[in-house]
Design a protein around this ligand. Structure first.
Ligand code: PMP
Length: 294
């Protein structure tokens, strides 16, 4: 039997059935809060500093005071993984606005709440990694940066969820989201890349995506492997005419997409450049990061 998870909430550990938040928490009432999803491999947390820095940027953007320092958050994260005796897995860090009243104003929430869950995750079925994913373009547009910046990794994921529902109805593995102008932004939980004539392309963050930590890691790997990398605006034309497509995200890692809107991309199989990047990503992920049990 699997051991019961120990969840960190505001400095204490609770067995999963007892790990609860108030119904007056504004994270629940309004999606008012931020989060990170982080993977650890082989006893090391991958890109922990980058995730914590992004969490702090999200907090700053929504004027949320995280009630601990980055060093304390790092220590609490490592402690949560150790408490659960895990070597490989996935961490979810949440900072909610905390308990308030039924009004939406955050000035009635005196203290933010910190929750850390260390577990495992499987985003897509294992066979999707072999055959490549099917993707459909969603009618739901990625929200405009002037409304709520997609760069803020907030607890309000309804924009992405609406798109994911469309993808589910279409029986596709993922949904492609365009921005208000019709340029490619990202998928519902992943960044997107194109391979064309041996070069790699991805939309800029300002097209309306999260600044993916895996996105950056893959840009670094592609450059290290000697590929020319182009960060530029793209339309669906660029995706339909791609030789290869792949998606990146902490939970997804790196995964090929072989169909978009029922059109076959390239030769319909995960491409050779995608496979090279996946192989190198796995090596880097397995051999770098913050040690958990040092
Ligand atoms: N875009 C969105 C909307 C996401 O939620 C995520 C994270 N799941 C990503 C992109 C990928 O970001 P990262 O590589 O930092 O996980």
């Amino acid at each position: 039997m699997q051991q019961e998870l120990q969840i960190y909430i505001d400095g204490q550990f609770y067995p999963e059935p007892e790990a609860k938040v108030s119904v007056f928490d504004h994270g629940l009432l309004y999606g008012d809060g931020i989060f990170e999803g982080i993977r650890f491999y082989n006893g090391r947390v991958f890109k922990l500093t980058e995730h914590l820095e992004r969490l702090w940027d999200s907090a700053r953007a929504i004027m949320l005071t995280i009630p601990m320092t980055i060093a304390e958050m790092e220590a609490a994260t490592l402690e949560t993984i150790r408490k659960n005796g895990l070597k490989d897995g996935y961490i979810r860090l949440l900072v909610t606005r905390g308990k308030g009243n039924l009004g939406l104003s955050p000035d009635r929430c005196p203290k933010a709440s910190v929750i850390i869950i260390a577990a495992t995750i499987q985003l897509y079925p294992p066979e999707a990694y072999e055959r490549g994913m099917t993707v459909v373009t969603c009618a739901t547009r990625r929200m405009a940066p002037a409304a709520l910046s997609p760069a803020v990794k907030s607890l309000n994921y309804l924009n992405n969820i609406m798109a994911k529902i469309e993808a589910n109805i279409a029986k596709a593995d993922e949904g492609l989201m365009l921005n208000e102008e019709g340029y490619v932004a990202e998928c519902t939980g992943d960044n997107i890349f194109v391979v064309k004539r041996g070069e790699i392309y991805t939309p800029p963050i300002y097209a309306g995506s999260l600044r993916g930590i895996t996105w950056q890691a893959v840009l670094d790997i592609a450059t290290e492997l000697g590929f020319k990398v182009n960060v530029q605006q793209m339309t669906r034309y660029d995706l339909y005419t791609a030789d290869e497509l792949f998606l990146t995200g902490t939970a997804a890692e790196v995964i090929a997409a072989v169909k978009l809107d029922n059109r076959v991309i390239g030769d319909g199989k995960p491409g050779s450049i995608t496979n090279k990047i996946i192989a190198r990503f796995r090596e880097v992920a397995q051999s770098t990061g913050t040690p958990i049990y040092a």
